[in-house]
Ligand binder design. Structure first.
Ligand code: GLN
Length: 243
């Protein structure tokens, strides 16, 4: 009798678990190729593969939500999303608010201009109109080093919600420069008439982020990243998206 009751409850428990498999809501900003972008109506890219692979390893589903970059941390804090995977640089300021995983990719900033106009770095001395994505490290760099330092009028900095609009405005000559992460700039040189005229060595590291105190999730993500690095799967993804 006891045996039977045990069996029934075991079956019930496994049924309940399979019926309610865990889904994590992942926040990203999907105009950041090749890390996250939309193709054929799907969210694809290096970051998207990364989090889906970790999901496969630990048995959780991933629901992607496309949010403006500067709303990602607020969305995490209000519990609208569980994880940020958005090529987000680990910075001291952000670390005060959220918990980052170990780094999974490195980047610097690029000075990107329209192609074929013989532009070089001196464009920065000619008071250009500079586009950035709001709240990014590129935004921060221009604000601190050009605006606050008095080299560029405030009105010459144009902030965009998505890089797609920024690149369109650059190509259409509404702005002259975009400052953005180098791997993404590299990618835009392959899809749009733009080129890179300079690199700003910022030595950034990308991490995924969770709400503070969400230790179990953070440990799982860290372990997942480590396992993907050790198994060579990370290198396969780098090969797939960056070569
Ligand atoms: N790595 C940059 C940052 O964290 C840009 C990220 C992005 O635009 N998705 O600010």
């Amino acid at each position: 009798m006891l045996k039977k009751a045990f069996l029934v409850s075991a079956i019930l428990i496994s049924f309940v678990f399979s019926a309610f498999s865990v889904t994590y809501v992942v926040g990203t900003e999907a105009s950041f190729p090749p890390f996250e972008y939309v193709e054929g109506g799907e969210f694809v890219g290096f970051d998207m593969d990364l989090i889906r692979e970790i999901g496969k390893m630990y048995g959780f589903d991933v629901e992607i939500r496309d949010i403006s970059f500067d709303s990602l941390i607020p969305s995490l804090m209000t519990g609208n999303i569980d994880i940020i995977v958005a090529g987000m640089t680990i910075t001291e300021e952000r670390e005060k608010v959220v918990d980052f995983t170990i780094p999974y990719y490195s980047a610097d900033q690029s000075i990107m201009v329209r192609k074929g106009e013989d532009t070089n770095l001196t464009i920065l001395l000619r008071k250009p109109k500079i586009g950035v994505q709001t709240g990014t490290t590129g935004d921060l760099w221009v604000t601190e080093n050009l605006i606050d330092a008095g080299f560029l009028p405030k009105t010459n900095l144009i902030r965009y919600d998505t890089f797609n609009f920024a690149v369109r405005d650059l190509v259409n000559k509404n702005i002259d420069v975009i400052v953005l992460d180098n791997p993404v700039a590299e990618r835009f040189t392959k899809t749009d008439p733009v080129e890179i005229v300079g690199i700003i060595k910022t030595n950034e590291n990308y991490g995924m982020a969770v709400a503070p105190g969400n230790e179990d999730l953070l440990n799982m993500l860290n372990e997942g990243i480590t396992k993907l690095q050790e198994s060579g799967k990370m290198d396969d993804l780098i090969e797939k998206y960056f070569k």
